[in-house]
Design a protein around this ligand. Structure first.
Ligand SMILES: [Zn+2]
Length: 104
């Protein structure tokens, strides 16, 4: 079973993808989707951001896709940034652990 369950259907919001932030925050139960540190242990909500799991640079069509938005602490988001495995690596099963889909 995945670590995080996403809201379904997609919440209705007005504005750009940042409008999804409160809903993404709830889905990830205020934990960073990468290091699993809770906001309360990382100086609070203001140190958390929306990450595009599949980076905008490589997947421009997913910029405003709710299910591509992951809650991330600033350090994890900064380290990950635009990194994404090549198609060859993905075929070999190498990539980021997706705690919304993978059993980990
Ligand atoms: Zn983190």
């Amino acid at each position: 079973m995945p670590h995080f369950l996403r809201t379904n259907p997609v919440p209705v919001v007005k504005g750009g993808y940042k409008s999804f932030r409160p809903h993404v925050r709830i889905d990830f139960r205020q934990f960073c989707s990468y290091c699993l540190v809770h906001e309360d242990n990382a100086a609070g909500e203001e140190n958390y951001e929306l990450d595009h799991f599949r980076p905008q640079k490589h997947f421009p069509g997913l910029i405003a896709n709710f299910y591509n938005l992951y809650y991330s602490c600033h350090p994890c988001n900064h380290i990950k940034r635009y990194q994404w495995p090549s198609a060859e690596l993905e075929l070999m099963g190498i990539g980021f652990v997706d705690l919304c889909k993978d059993n980990f």
